[in-house]
Design a protein around this ligand. Structure first.
Ligand code: GLN
Length: 249
């Protein structure tokens, strides 16, 4: 059997990694390893080289507090061209919360400070400020072809999608993008933005495999079939969240 390998690029692990986001990297690594797929994870902290970024087959970036987002914004803007090229070119990636906000046009903080986004995805995010609460709690959304995804959200920003992106899912329980229009996350080419922390992928193994498959198919330009994994613990984790949310799986 052909030996496959993937290079995973972890953007800003030092500054952008809240509510267990690093668990998503562990899931990518383990689910590949269990199938004999070699992985290398490259940590792309502030000041990283664009060449390192370009070597990656699958990208991940987590969320953060506004303070960290301000620091990261200064570095990220220098990488805009390379990242946009990769995203436009279909490099698969998962971008959680603060990272998701960065892919849009801007994020306006509660005090009115605007953090410019990369403007790669047609969306923007605003925190309504005084009198509005953070959107916190367990959350579930219905995803086309892939059942229910589940996670935990904690964000002040409300994200609104433009017509050039599709939502990742429809909120069943929780708030999602903005607590109003029942959308959760966004899809643009092979890039996926989401508010699901928790981390997201241990509770959503099908989605993890979907991303791994996308990355392998893009790298090797051929259809890939991933062997099934038992997922008994993952199923338990899903059941536990479903119970807390009062939904049937
Ligand atoms: N700071 C952003 C907000 O509050 C993102 C939070 C996060 O990544 N969890 O909306």
């Amino acid at each position: 059997m052909k030996k496959y390998s993937l290079t995973i690029g972890w953007l800003y692990p030092e500054l952008m990694s809240t509510y267990g986001d690093r668990g998503n990297i562990i899931v990518f690594k383990k689910r590949c390893e269990w199938r004999g797929i070699k992985t290398e994870t490259i940590r792309l902290d502030a000041g990283f080289s664009v060449d390192d970024l370009k070597n990656c087959d699958l990208l991940f970036m987590g969320g953060a507090q506004d303070r960290q987002q301000q620091i990261v914004a200064k570095d990220l803007v220098k990488k805009r061209k390379a990242l946009k090229q990769m995203i436009d070119n279909g490099t698969p990636g998962l971008y959680i919360c603060g990272a998701y906000q960065f892919l849009g046009k801007y994020y306006r903080e509660a005090d009115g400070t605007v953090i410019n986004g990369l403007g790669i995805l047609d969306l923007y995010t605003e925190n309504p400020g005084k009198g509005s609460s953070r959107l916190i709690g367990n959350v579930a959304a219905q995803v086309l072809n892939n059942g229910l995804i589940m996670g935990f959200e904690n964000h002040g920003g409300r994200t609104y999608l433009g017509k050039n992106v599709k939502p990742l899912g429809k909120v069943i329980k929780g708030f999602g993008n903005n607590g109003k229009d029942q959308t959760e996350g966004a899809i643009y080419k092979n890039s996926f933005g989401s508010y699901f922390h928790g981390p997201m992928l241990p509770k959503n193994p099908e989605f993890a495999d979907f991303l791994i498959k996308l990355a392998l198919e893009k790298k090797y330009s051929s259809p890939i079939n991933l062997s099934p994994l038992p997922d008994s613990l993952e199923i338990k984790a899903r059941e536990s969240i479903a119970n807390r949310l009062g939904i049937d799986l």
